[in-house]
Ligand binder design. Sequence first.
Ligand code: SF4
Ligand code: SF4
Length: 165
Amino acid sequence: MKTYIPSQFIIERDPVRCIQCQVCVNQCTFDSHYYDEEEDSLKSNEEKCVGCHRCVVFCPTRAINIRRYPLDYRPNYNWRPEVIEDIIKQAEGGGMILTGMGNDGAAGLLEMKQAGAFNFAQDEASCVVFGMPKEAIKAGGVDKILPLNDIPGAMLSYLKMMTPR
Ligand code: SF4
Ligand code: SF4
């Protein structure tokens, strides 16, 4: 069966050392090794390998080597350190929590408030779902509860008040 999970292991077989005894074929519980009759050679399917090294141990001529693929971590453009710093700086001023389901944001808003931020929550009447603002209010992370349309003005007033002249 074709698997789309990338192989974790690289199987190397030294053709000079290999005497085609097929011990590796018989020892691998995961059928990674097989004998290709058409090409008259031993082959391996890396996708099946779990890296147990059993074939390495049993190979009489030390012809096999198993290595782990190097991990391919790529930096995420959206979460560069300077972007995270900007978000933290913005969060120091204050935050708001709008309509939504669950308790997402409740813990984060409380943490912001404890660090000195002033936080707004949308009121129940203007929410489609009051779940998230309700949880944030319950957790103690909200300073002011307002209808959606009043939040932008209130935030601007607050920022004006807090900005040094
Ligand atoms: S056990 Fe070693 S020598 Fe034998 S077939 Fe496999 S790789 Fe070749
Ligand atoms: S390391 Fe284990 S799973 Fe991988 S090919 Fe060898 S015997 Fe099979």
